[in-house]
Design a protein around this ligand. Structure first.
Ligand SMILES: Cc1cc2nc3c(=O)[nH]c(=O)nc-3n(C[C@H](O)[C@H](O)[C@H](O)COP(=O)(O)OP(=O)(O)OC[C@H]3O[C@@H](n4cnc5c(N)ncnc54)[C@H](O)[C@@H]3O)c2cc1C
Length: 380
């Protein structure tokens, strides 16, 4: 057995752990931060996308150097209409995330290929017997016990495709739901990368967590065929099954990730209840940690727990929205909710994504043909 000491140990070099390490290193280069990741690389195999308007202004500088691709606006396509929304949209590939972290941090601060077995508020035991003593520990190892939450799932498979010739797609398409809703709650996402290269993802919402990879793959091929494109090759595939929280007890979920240990990312329950996305939350948490003076395990636990508990409570409206869209209505009706949401005022849509809807926005979503009838707004 050998021992290592540091000021802050972050377990899990995925999105949230990596961003905390980056922000902490920038804010306090005098302190020793250790980032511990079980896999050989940081960030897994992801293409993380986000709307610029999801972020708080102070969080942009952390993300800007990580961005691979950006679009000035994005489109949504439904059976009844097509629309471009004037909000920049960005994507980060995890290979760039890995490279940026390795460039910013001293080599001895990143331990990849090292699995944590035991985690406490001020210490970690690795599989190889190494003991790490830390002023404080943050556990960012991905989800806690998801069985404690009432879940639906957003599943997707996406590929970066190189075509035989150029395509004419110019803007990112966040949702192409032109397909028949009778097939279930499904849509395509499409991100043009170069004149003959684009990323296509098949997305579906379902109540069970298994995935039919072949079916997702076929839908991507069929989608390309709809545009008359011939696929020369495919690369950088990604697949995900994201939790969509319709309900659940935050306190139980938090405890399931480790009693008394500070948590971040999905482990802290910080994800959008309708989309499952967590990038903006991860950036915010990274700034909170970097700006905190006290990195002791107790102080970090108090700060991150209070932040996550407040966020969970404030997100009840979005969980009700997801419940109505996914469970209380038939798939065709759920589609119509999305269709009428994206027909609303553009700034309101941005606030929906950023989970910053105000009272007037919620009323607007409930009026007339709005997606969220008043009764559903207050149901638990
Ligand atoms: C394929 C995919 C695409 C996504 N795309 C988007 C998107 O476009 N926008 C968005 O906002 N969200 C997206 N999400 C959702 C969410 O943002 C991601 O899942 C995000 O990576 C979650 O961050 P995290 O830090 O909580 O967990 P992760 O990023 O999964 O990080 C957890 C890390 O902990 C490591 N780990 C686990 N156990 C141990 C251990 N015992 N010891 C050491 N390390 C350990 C894992 O290897 C992993 O690297 C996507 C999810 C997936 C799966």
């Amino acid at each position: 057995m050998s021992g290592v000491m540091c000021d802050l140990a972050i377990i899990g070099g995925g999105l949230s752990g990596g961003l905390i390490a980056l922000a902490a290193r920038r804010a306090r280069p005098d302190r020793r931060v250790l980032l511990i990741e079980a896999a050989p690389t940081l960030g897994g195999a992801h293409l993380w996308s986000f709307l610029d308007s999801d972020l708080e202004a102070e969080d942009r500088p952390l993300l800007e150097p990580l961005v691979n691709y950006g679009w000035r606006e994005f489109a949504v396509i439904f059976p009844l209409y097509k629309r471009a929304l004037p909000f920049p949209f960005y994507s980060i590939r995890s290979d760039r995330f890995d490279a940026a972290l390795r460039e910013a941090m001293p080599a001895e601060s990143i331990l990849t290929g090292r699995r944590a077995l035991g985690v406490s508020p001020d210490g970690v035991v690795l599989e190889d017997g190494t003991l790490i003593g830390a002023g404080g520990v943050i556990d960012a190892r991905g989800p806690g016990d998801l069985s404690l939450l009432d879940l639906h799932y957003r599943k997707f498979v996406g590929y970066e495709l190189t075509l035989d010739g150029p395509h004419s797609v110019r803007r990112a398409t966040l949702i192409d739901a032109a397909a028949d809703p009778a097939e279930g709650f499904q849509y395509m996402e499409m991100l043009p990368i170069e004149s003959d290269r684009l990323f296509i993802e098949d997305v579906r919402y379902e109540s069970w967590p298994d995935m039919d990879m072949a079916d997702h793959g076929n839908r991507i091929v069929n989608h390309a065929a709809r545009f008359g494109w011939r696929i020369r090759s495919s690369a950088r595939g990604q697949a995900g099954i994201l939790p969509i929280a319709l309900g659940g007890d935050f306190a139980d979920y938090w405890r399931s990730g480790g009693e008394g240990v500070a948590k971040a990312g999905l482990r802290a329950g910080l994800f959008h209840p309708v989309t499952g996305n967590s990038l903006a939350d991860a950036a915010r948490i990274a700034r909170l940690v970097a700006e905190a003076d006290d990195w002791s395990g107790t102080a970090l636990h108090a700060m991150l727990h209070d932040h996550a508990a407040r966020a969970w409570a404030k997100r009840a409206y979005y969980r009700r929205f997801a419940t109505r869209m996914l469970r209380d209505t038939a798939p065709a009706e759920g589609y119509r909710m999305l269709e009428s949401l994206y027909a609303m005022d553009a700034d309101l849509i941005a606030r929906f994504h950023a989970m910053r809807l105000g009272f007037a926005d919620r009323m607007a979503l409930s009026l007339g043909e709005g997606p969220m009838p008043v009764g559903a707004m207050f149901r638990r």
